[in-house]
Write a protein that binds this ligand. Structure first.
Ligand code: ZN
Length: 199
């Protein structure tokens, strides 16, 4: 199972790097394993050139299980796996569109009446909106994880992604393919929002 997770993470890295969404070793990716374990990228590795040696295992609290140093943002993955039992993959790109749009936005971005919203689970019509919350960047990852987790716990609508201001975004899915579809859809929608605002 770890080998398959590595392969999925390596391929996602190549694809996202080719799209310019994880420059300069930024971003991190993970896949849920059995028994509460998580496969996640090792801290500081170049996401376009990942190998098996750049993927490691952590427990559900983000503690290393193999002596390597996990991504600095590991807690932003582990809380999502605890919160959503149905998800099995998480991707965190640092794309230009997400970075710029988050700086131009307040507490959320409302993606309203787009056909591509149907890329997300449970959405079957363009006649809806998807709210993507925006959180201020914070180098205290545990504090940021608690903030996002309590938002998701309290809010009465589905959350499929969130933005971190001037930083990037997180999205997740039941499979890596679902998660990649969400990344592509969000990138398209973020680009539309920027164009509509004249950027
Ligand atoms: Zn990041």
């Amino acid at each position: 199972m770890f080998e398959k997770a590595c392969e999925q993470i390596i391929q996602a890295g190549r694809y996202l790097y080719a799209q310019g969404m994880v420059p300069a070793t930024s971003g991190n990716f993970s896949v849920r394993l059995n028994h509460g374990e998580i496969a996640i990228t090792v801290s500081g590795r170049h996401k376009g050139h990942l190998t098996d040696a750049d993927v490691m295992r952590v427990d559900s609290n983000g503690e290393s299980l193999d002596g390597q140093n996990p991504s600095a943002e590991t807690l932003l993955h582990t809380f999502l796996y605890s919160r959503f039992s149905q998800i099995n993959a998480i991707l965190h790109p640092h794309s230009i569109n997400a970075t710029v749009l988050s700086r131009l936005s307040g507490e959320y971005v409302k993606l309203n009446q787009y056909e591509l919203l149907k890329a997300f689970p449970g959405i079957t019509t363009h006649k809806t909106s998807l709210v993507v919350p925006v959180f201020d960047n914070d180098q205290n990852i545990a504090r940021l994880a608690r903030l996002v987790d309590s938002y998701i716990a309290d809010i009465d609508h589905q959350v499929h992604a969130y933005l971190i201001r001037g930083h990037g975004f997180y999205t997740w899915g039941e499979s890596m393919d679902d998660c990649l579809r969400h990344v592509e859809a969000l990138e398209f929608l973020f680009a539309c929002e920027l164009k509509q605002r004249g950027y």
